[in-house]
Design a protein around this ligand. Sequence first.
Ligand SMILES: [Zn+2]
Ligand SMILES: [Zn+2]
Length: 169
Amino acid sequence: MNIDLSDFHEEDVLSIHIEGELKKDALDINGRKIKFIKPIKYEGDIYRAQGDKILQVKIHYEYKEVCGRCLSPFIREEDTVLSGRLIRNSDEILDEEDEVIYYDGEELDITEDIRDMVILSLPMKPLCSDTCKGLCPKCGTNLNEEKCNCVLEEIDPRLEKLREFVPKE
Ligand SMILES: [Zn+2]
Ligand SMILES: [Zn+2]
């Protein structure tokens, strides 16, 4: 998806509206499997501000992931924003602090920038909910859905060793 910037070099063109969808099936990030259930949507503008070209695009995505605690799949929607100064690749060398989106020639491709923003905006931990109770470590019951009767005790590993000598009933 390339955005043609050639018109924008004319001073009387003040802004360009951009919107579209990005087809992305899945992302694998450090072992996390993010499955997009709809195309990633983006919408925003490129406009001039004090001699700079500024891009500001809202991003919306919906994904499915497996909860790290209860192992159930869940679906979530997230919003984020991609913004930065547009810089033609070889024009300038900038401080790393600047939020900059580079482009070549007359065309801008923000596919990679959108993908990076999506990764940055993902919640740190894959949880179906902040209050997810997870699975019972003994019987594997999903404690969000039902209770089990397991008694969970903190077992001192040294005692556990001793237990092996106690005859079982
Ligand atoms: Zn969960
Ligand atoms: Zn249990």
